[in-house]
Design a protein around this ligand. Structure first.
Ligand code: BGC
Length: 759
C-alpha cells in the first residue's frame, strides 16, 4: 500500500513538473500541485541552503548533507565544484528523495570562473559595458559547463571607504556607473533565457548598504538617511533587479537598527512592494544565526523574524529548517509565509529548467571543452589590459623598449597565485600568469630580465600570514629586510630600467580584510625608496584591491601603472601594456585620497555652506583641513594614456529644456598624440538649486571611444528628465525646474562646462 502510494505521488510530481513551462500560470499550476504534495518539513527543506564545504567563509551549521537531501531537507547546495560532484548530489535529490525535487547549485562566480578576469573594481575601470557583459557571459558559459546554475554575483555595494576590504568586489563609488555595470553583469550571466544550459541565475548582493559599514570595518553597523539611500546607495540593486536578476542576497549588516536579514522594511516594503521584485531572497553565509549575535533574539526568534521580513532561503544557518515548525505551532508565523518562500524557490528551479532536466548543467563533455580554453584566456588577457589605470607617466617613460636589461623587483613579481585577486574560488592559480612569466613571454630573447623579490609583503610575519590565506602563500623570505633588499639592489644597479611589482597581496583586500593603514606596506615602500636611490628609472606596477594612499609614490616615482589583480592572464596583460602592445585606457572608479583622514572622499560630494571653491587652501572658516588640502591624489574618472586627448567646448542643442523634452550635448574629442588610443568621455551635471541640497557633480553619461592618432570624433549625449531627477525629502523621484551645469571631460576634474535651464 505504502509503495503504491509513493508510486502514485511520483507519477503526479513527474506529470506536474516535467513539461516545459509555457506560461507563468502553467508554472503556477505545477507549483500548486507539487506543493499540495509537500509536507511542512519538505517545504522548509526548500528554504535550506547548506554549504557542500569545498570552500567556506565561516563555520557551517550543516552536516550529513547527503542524508538531508534524501529526506528532502535541502533546497540547494553551494561550494561544490565539478560535474561529477554535482551530478552525485543531484542524483540523490531526484532519485532518492520522495518528491524528487532538483537542487539548485550556487557558487561565487565573481569575476570569471577558471578563466579569471580582473577583480570587479578593476573591471569597472574599463568603463566598457559590452566588455563587462561579455566577461559575465563567459563566466556563465564556463560555470554552467561545470555544473553550476546560480552565481552570487554581481556585488553592487557602493563603497566610499577604502579601508573596507570588500571595496575590491564592487564597482566603486558612483551610483550611475555602478548601476550600468550591475545591469551589464546580469545581462551577461542570465542572457535572455535562464533555462538555457549555458546561463546562470544571478544573485545580486549584498542587500543592502553593506559597503557603508562604519569605519570600513567589515560587517559593521550601517546607519543612513533614507534620502541618501534612495539617491546614492539603492539604485544599483534596483538596476540589477530591473535587468531581471532572479535572486538577491540579504547583507550581513544592520540598517538603522535592524539586521538586513530580518528587515521587513527592506525585504518587503522596498523590495517587493515598491520595486515589484518577484524572485527569491537568500541570506548571506550564516546571516540568520548571526542575528543572535546582533542581539535581536535566539535562533528560534530570529528565524521567525527573517521569514516574516521576507527572507526565502537560509544560507548555512539551518535556522529556517529547524525552528519554523515550532514557530508555526505557536502561531508566531503562519503557513502562508512558509508557502510563499517555498514557492519562490521552486519558481527559480522552474525558470532554470531544472524540472525539465535536473542534469541540464551536468555535461561532462562541456566541462572538458568549454572551460579555461585558449580562446577564453586570450579574451581575459585583453580584458585585463583594459582594466589597468596609468596613474603617472613622466616624460613618457612608458611604454618601455623591448631591449636592454630590465630589473623586475618586488614580492608580487613572481607570484602567479596572487594574480586573480580575492574571490577566485575556481581559478587554477598555479596556471595563472605571473608578471615575470608575462614579461618573458612578451620579450622573448630581445631583452634581458633580472629578477629579485626585494622584500616580503610586510615586515610583520603574522600580518603577512593573515593576508595570504587559502594556500596563497608568498613564500616568506626569512632573512632580514635589508639583506633581501640589498640582493635586489645589486641586480637593479645592472639594469637600464627597474620595474617594481609591489602593493597588496590578493587577500589583503576582500572579505574581513579591512585595513586602517592603506598605504603600500612599509617594507615595500623602503624597497621603492632604495630603488629610486639607485638613480635608475623606476616603473611602479601597483597591485591593489582598493585605492591606496600614494602621495609619496606620486611625488617620487616617474611612472605608476595600477594593475589591480588582473586575473588568470594578468602577467601577459601587464607586459602588453608595459611594452606598448596595448595602450592603457582604464579610468578610476574610486577616488584615491592623499590621506586616510579624508575618508570618505568621493567626487559627488555636497558643497556645504562654506565651500573652499577656488579659494586657496588653507582658509580659516571654510570647509578644509588644517593639515592637508581637500584634493585627492587621483580623482574619480582619472587615468592616462600613451596618447593625449583634447576636448572642445560642449555644445547644447538648446538653452532651455522643457520637462518632456530631451537635451543633446555634443563635444569634439581629438587624439592629439601619436598613438591610437581609447578615451572614456564623461558627462557630469550639477543641479544648482534644489528643494534639497544636490551634489557638486554627478555622472550621468559616458562613452568609451577609440581614436586613431590625430583623429577627431564628435561624441553626443542625450539627457532626459529622468537623468535630472532625484529623490526629494518625501522620497518622490522628481526633476525640479532651474539652472543646471553640464560638464564634459576625461575625468571628474578636468572638464569643460556649459549651462541650461530646465523649465
Ligand atoms: C560572502 C558572500 C558570499 C557567501 C557565499 C559570504 O561570506 O559575504 O559574498 O556569496 O559568503 O560564499
Amino acid at each position: 500500500m505504502k509503495s503504491l502510494l509513493s508510486f502514485l505521488i511520483i507519477g503526479v510530481v513527474l506529470a506536474a513538473c516535467t513539461a516545459s513551462p509555457k506560461s507563468s500560470t502553467s508554472v503556477d499550476k505545477k507549483i500548486d500541485s507539487l506543493m499540495a504534495l509537500m509536507t511542512l518539513e519538505e517545504k522548509l527543506g526548500q528554504l535550506n541552503l547548506p554549504s557542500a564545504g569545498q570552500f567556506t567563509t565561516g563555520e557551517a551549521a550543516s552536516s550529513d548533507i547527503a542524508l538531508k537531501i534524501e529526506k528532502g531537507l535541502v533546497g540547494g547546495l553551494f561550494n561544490i565544484k565539478s560535474v561529477a560532484a554535482i551530478r552525485e548530489m543531484q542524483q540523490i535529490a531526484v532519485e532518492k528523495s520522495r518528491l524528487k525535487i532538483p537542487l539548485i547549485f550556487g557558487m561565487d562566480v565573481i569575476h570569471g570562473y577558471e578563466t579569471t578576469f580582473p577583480i570587479p573594481l578593476g573591471l569597472s575601470c574599463t568603463w566598457n559595458m559590452e566588455l563587462i557583459e561579455a566577461t559575465a557571459r563567459m563566466a556563465a558559459q564556463e560555470a554552467s559547463a561545470d555544473g553550476i546554475n546560480w552565481t552570487f554575483s554581481p556585488m553592487v555595494d557602493l563603497a566610499r571607504d577604502a579601508r573596507w576590504g570588500r571595496i575590491s568586489e564592487g564597482s566603486g563609488e558612483d551610483t550611475y556607473l555602478g548601476s550600468e555595470i550591475a545591469k551589464a553583469m546580469v545581462r551577461g550571466y542570465q542572457g535572455n533565457d535562464l533555462s538555457a544550459s549555458n546561463t546562470l541565475m544571478s544573485c545580486v548582493k549584498h542587500f543592502a548598504l553593506y559597503g557603508a559599514a562604519e569605519a570600513g570595518l567589515d560587517y559593521n553597523t550601517v546607519d543612513m538617511s533614507y534620502h541618501r539611500m534612495y539617491n546614492e546607495y539603492l539604485p544599483p540593486y534596483k538596476a540589477a533587479l530591473d535587468a531581471g536578476a532572479g535572486s538577491i542576497m540579504a547583507s550581513f549588516n544592520e540598517i538603522n537598527g535592524i539586521p538586513a536579514t530580518a528587515n521587513k522594511w527592506l525585504l518587503t516594503d522596498v523590495l517587493r512592494n515598491e520595486w515589484g521584485f518577484r524572485g527569491f531572497v537568500v541570506s548571506d553565509y550564516t546571516g540568520v544565526m548571526e542575528m543572535v549575535e546582533h542581539g535581536i533574539g535566539d535562533l528560534q526568534e530570529v528565524s521567525a523574524k527573517a521569514l516574516e521580513a521576507g527572507l526565502d532561503m537560509d544560507m548555512v544557518s539551518e535556522g529556517l529548517l529547524t525552528t519554523l515548525e515550532k514557530s508555526l505551532k505557536e502561531g508566531r508565523i503562519n503557513e502562508a509565509q512558509i508557502n510563499l518562500a517555498c514557492r519562490r524557490i521552486l519558481e527559480a528551479k522552474f525558470k532554470l529548467g531544472l524540472f525539465d532536466d535536473p542534469y541540464r548543467y551536468c555535461d561532462e563533455n562541456r566541462a572538458k571543452t568549454e572551460v579555461f580554453t585558449p580562446a577564453n584566456r586570450a579574451f581575459a588577457r585583453k580584458v585585463a589590459a583594459e582594466s589597468f589605470v596609468l596613474l603617472k607617466n613622466q616624460n613618457s617613460l612608458l611604454p618601455l623598449k623591448k631591449t636592454g636589461t630590465i630589473a623586475l623587483i618586488g614580492p608580487l613579481a613572481d607570484a602567479a597565485n596572487q594574480m586573480s585577486g580575492t574571490w577566485s574560488v575556481a581559478t587554477r592559480h598555479h596556471e595563472s600568469v605571473s608578471l615575470l612569466k608575462g614579461m618573458q613571454n612578451v620579450l622573448g630573447s630581445n631583452a634581458r630580465i633580472l629578477y629579485a623579490k626585494g622584500s616580503n609583503l610586510d615586515e610583520d610575519a603574522q600580518l603577512e600570514a593573515n593576508a595570504t590565506p587559502f594556500g596563497k602563500t608568498l613564500n616568506r623570505d626569512p632573512r632580514p629586510a635589508n639583506v633581501i633588499r640589498e640582493e635586489a639592489l645589486r641586480i637593479a644597479r645592472q639594469a637600464d630600467v627597474i620595474v617594481a611589482a609591489v602593493g597588496e597581496s590578493a587577500e589583503m583586500n576582500g572579505e574581513t580584510a579591512s585595513r586602517v593603514d592603506i598605504g603600500i606596506p612599509e617594507t615595500q615602500r623602503d624597497l621603492l625608496k632604495a630603488l629610486v636611490a639607485t638613480g635608475k628609472p623606476v616603473v611602479l606596477v601597483l597591485f591593489t584591491g582598493r585605492p591606496l594612499i600614494l602621495r609619496w609614490e606620486h611625488e617620487n616615482l616617474p611612472a605608476i601603472l595600477n594593475v589591480w589583480f588582473g586575473g588568470s592572464e594578468a602577467g601577459d596583460a601587464i607586459a602588453d601594456v608595459l611594452f606598448g602592445d596595448v595602450n592603457p585606457s582604464g579610468k578610476l572608479t574610486t577616488t584615491f585620497p592623499q590621506h586616510i583622514g579624508q575618508i570618505p572622499i568621493y567626487y559627488a560630494r555636497k558643497n556645504t555652506g562654506r565651500p573652499l571653491g577656488q579659494k586657496k587652501w588653507f582658509t580659516k572658516f571654510l570647509t578644509n583641513y588644517l593639515d592637508v588640502s581637500n584634493e585627492p591624489v587621483y580623482p574619480f574618472g582619472y587615468g592616462l594614456s600613451f596618447t593625449t586627448f583634447t576636448y572642445s567646448e560642449p555644445l547644447l542643442d538648446k538653452a532651455v529644456m522643457g520637462m518632456n523634452e530631451s537635451l543633446t550635448i555634443s563635444v569634439d574629442v581629438t587624439n592629439t598624440g601619436s598613438r591610437d588610443g581609447a578615451e572614456v568621455v564623461q558627462l557630469y551635471i550639477r543641479d544648482l538649486v534644489g528643494s534639497v541640497t544636490r551634489p557638486v557633480k554627478e555622472l550621468k553619461a559616458f562613452k568609451k571611444i577609440n581614436l586613431k592618432a590625430g583623429e577627431k570624433q564628435k561624441v553626443t549625449f542625450t539627457l532626459t528628465k529622468d537623468d535630472l531627477s532625484f529623490y526629494n525629502a518625501d522620497l518622490q523621484f522628481i526633476a525640479e525646474p532651474g539652472e543646471f551645469h553640464v560638464y564634459v571631460g576625461g575625468d571628474s576634474q578636468q572638464v569643460k562646462q556649459a549651462s541650461f535651464t530646465l523649465k
